[in-house]
Design a protein around this ligand. Structure first.
Ligand code: HEC
Ligand code: HEC
Ligand code: HEC
Length: 441
């Protein structure tokens, strides 16, 4: 299922090391754990349930709690940690196996504070650090949806595969104290433009975009939880063998010269005139952002465009290489391999076919500093996401069997330096690593 599942949550390991120090601290009162006596401030109406269904889309709960061949939201997705595998929980309203008996306070504590009903801290594979930024109004709607809008499923989630003593949860409490913030302490994002403020709210809160797009520190905590915490926020990171690129960088990388409409199209339709979604972003779109209202998608675009960007040279299309290729003047071995293997779809001018095959010229994924995404898609292929607005899927074949490491490195270096693209070369070693890393998947 979703690649985030296999993400290396070293957190557990790092937290275990810190664990001893916490033994005494755990005795202290846990102010950041919320209050289970909290109740809904409003009756559960169909309108509230419908709102909750939308918030569940924004927050992509299904990405982790729904697994093929099991009832919706009954959990069972295995997420790999260095110390074993944690399973996502059954969050249907079943009284025995799900959260049917939970009060609003219990639910809110799990979602925004990272504490379960037995007062244990949750693994941050559950994105409560970002969800802490959600408004109480939205968690109330979510609670209504998970109580009255989801069918109960009497299906137990499988047990975690983490051996004692690593399975003890108290180290996670220290981790939570260090790296999570209590919801009350979080000021709602404010901006003069209400669309930008709405976009900030979605991206920093329910959308948990930083879980993949923000680099992590020594204990795998995100280096910044919000735009206010500095330029590390959404600065790009590796996730499970894919690069989730910077959503702020200037110049050719990151969102470069995308407009807020380009960003909105990408999120709702799975692609735009400048690129197609693939890898770990494809499920995030299929389960989540494809169902955003046009206004919310545009708000995300407006917010991302408002982030300060490092300087960089913008992309300018250079037609000379396309002319050389058409004339058969091959500037490098990579150019020949490109003509033989890629030009049928991405064309000799690198511009692809709009809406079908993405351009490689001026595509931020192609010139990303971390080349792992393009190495992986070139080796193993990909498929555009399936969304309500773009129900036709287009595939790219993999070339792992056709090109060896050296040929692939030359080819990708060619793609990254042609038609105006300016990125560092790809090495043989990177291709070899991409091959090895994906062999085990
Ligand atoms: C990126 C994956 C991921 C996403 C997205 C996610 N969860 Fe979770 N969730 C988990 C994992 C993993 C656990 C189990 C953590 C543990 O055992 O420590 C969990 C646990 C929970 C629990 C605690 C259940 C229990 O029995 O203790 C609740 C409640 C919950 N999630 C609700 C939600 C809701 C509601 C959403 C959407 C707003 C959501 N989750 C989104 C991964 C995720
Ligand atoms: C049969 C048509 C086809 C061929 C041949 C092909 N591609 Fe693709 N390519 C696609 C499609 C479709 C996508 C979008 C895949 C997705 O979204 O998962 C894509 C995506 C990509 C991407 C990611 C860019 C993005 O925005 O999605 C890169 C990089 C790429 N191709 C490189 C290559 C290279 C290098 C070759 C030759 C070795 C090649 N492709 C051959 C169809 C093709
Ligand atoms: C599960 C991990 C994950 C989550 C969550 C996630 N992304 Fe991504 N995202 C990726 C990966 C991997 C890529 C690179 C592949 C691609 O371009 O489709 C990507 C690509 C993108 C791109 C294209 C960037 C480019 O330079 O081509 C945009 C825009 C984007 N994400 C926005 C978002 C937003 C907004 C959110 C939150 C609503 C989000 N992402 C949440 C993993 C994720």
């Amino acid at each position: 299922m979703t690649p985030i599942a296999k993400k290396a949550w070293l957190v557990g390991g790092a937290a275990a090391v810190l664990g001893g120090a916490v033994l005494t601290a755990t005795a202290l009162s846990d102010r950041a754990a919320g209050d289970r006596r909290e109740t809904l401030s409003q009756p559960v109406t169909p309108a509230l349930v419908a709102r909750g269904a939308y918030v569940a889309r924004l927050a992509d709960c299904a990405a982790c709690h729904s697994v093929p061949d099991r009832p919706d939201y009954s959990g069972g997705l295995a997420m790999a940690l260095p110390i074993g595998r944690v399973m996502t929980s059954n969050i249907t309203p079943d009284k025995t196996y799900g959260i049917g008996g939970w009060s609003f306070g219990d639910f809110d504590r799990a979602v925004r504070y990272g504490v379960n009903r037995r007062d244990q801290s949750l693994y941050p594979a559950m994105p409560y650090v970002a969800y802490a930024r959600m408004s109480r109004a939205d968690t109330e709607a979510l609670y209504a949806y998970f109580s009255a809008g989801v069918a109960p499923a009497a299906t137990p989630a499988p047990r975690n595969e983490i051996l004692f003593p690593l399975s003890m949860r108290f180290p996670l409490t220290l981790w939570r104290w260090l790296f999570a913030k209590a919801p009350e302490a979080i000021a709602p994002p404010s901006a003069a433009d209400p669309a930008v403020a709405r976009g900030a709210y979605i991206v920093e809160g329910p959308g948990h975009c930083g879980d993949c797009h923000t680099p992590r520190g020594f204990a795998l905590q995100v280096k910044a939880r919000s735009a206010a915490e500095g330029p590390a926020f959404l600065a790009g990171a590796s996730i499970d063998g894919w690069s989730a690129p910077s959503l702020r960088a200037g110049g050719q990388g990151g969102l470069g010269d995308w407009t807020s409409q380009d960003i909105a199209d990408f999120l709702r339709h799975g692609g735009n005139a400048r690129g197609a979604a693939f890898g770990a972003m494809a499920p995030a779109i299929e389960h989540g952002t494809a169902r955003l209202t046009p206004g919310d998608a545009e708000a995300i675009g407006r917010f991302l465009k408002s982030l300060p960007k490092p300087p960089g040279r913008a992309f300018a299309y250079d037609a000379a290489e396309a002319r050389r290729l058409k004339a058969g003047e091959l500037s490098s071995p990579g150019a020949q391999a490109y003509l033989d293997n890629c030009a049928a779809c991405h064309r000799s001018d690198g511009r692809g076919y709009s809406g079908v095959f993405p351009p490689l010229a001026g595509n931020p994924a192609v010139v990303d500093e971390r080349a792992e995404s393009i190495v992986r898609i070139a080796l193993f292929g990909g498929q555009t996401p399936l969304t309500p607005s773009s129900p036709a899927q287009f595939s790219m074949p993999g070339f792992a069997d056709r090109l060896d490491d050296r040929e692939m490195a030359q080819l990708l270096t060619y793609v990254r330096t042609s038609w105006g693209n300016q990125a560092r070369p790809v090495s043989r070693g990177e291709v070899a690593r991409g091959r090895r890393a994906s062999a085990g998947r």
